[in-house]
Design a binder for this molecule. Structure first.
Ligand SMILES: [Zn+2]
Length: 91
C-alpha cells in the first residue's frame, strides 16, 4: 500500500473535516447507543459519598481525623509531631 492510499483512507474517514483553508480538525467521539434510565441509575448507584469520621484529639479535644497528627495542637499519640508557632491551649 502506498503512502498516498493510506492518506486517502485516513482523511476520507468521517472523523475528519476539511475546512476551506484546507486545515483538518477532529470531531469528538459520540455515544453510539442511547443510555437507558436504568443503566444511568445503575452507574450512579456508586456515586454517593461517605462522611468523614472524626475523633476528638486526646490532648486538646479538637476534632481530628483518626491515625493522623492533630492539625490543631500537632500531637500524635502524646508526642509533638508538628511544630506549632505557640502551644495552643485546649478548649
Ligand atoms: Zn490536638
Amino acid at each position: 500500500m502506498t503512502l498516498a492510499k493510506i492518506h486517502k483512507i485516513i482523511y476520507s474517514n468521517s472523523a475528519y473535516l476539511t475546512l476551506n483553508n484546507n486545515t483538518r480538525t477532529t470531531l469528538m467521539g459520540l455515544p453510539s447507543k442511547r443510555r437507558t434510565k436504568q443503566s444511568k441509575r445503575d452507574r450512579a448507584s456508586h456515586f454517593a459519598l461517605t462522611p468523614k469520621q472524626f475523633i476528638d484529639c486526646p490532648k486538646c479535644k479538637h476534632p481530628t481525623l483518626p491515625h493522623r497528627a492533630c492539625a490543631f495542637c500537632g500531637t500524635y499519640r502524646g508526642r509533638q509531631i508538628i511544630k506549632t508557632k505557640e502551644p495552643r491551649k485546649s478548649k
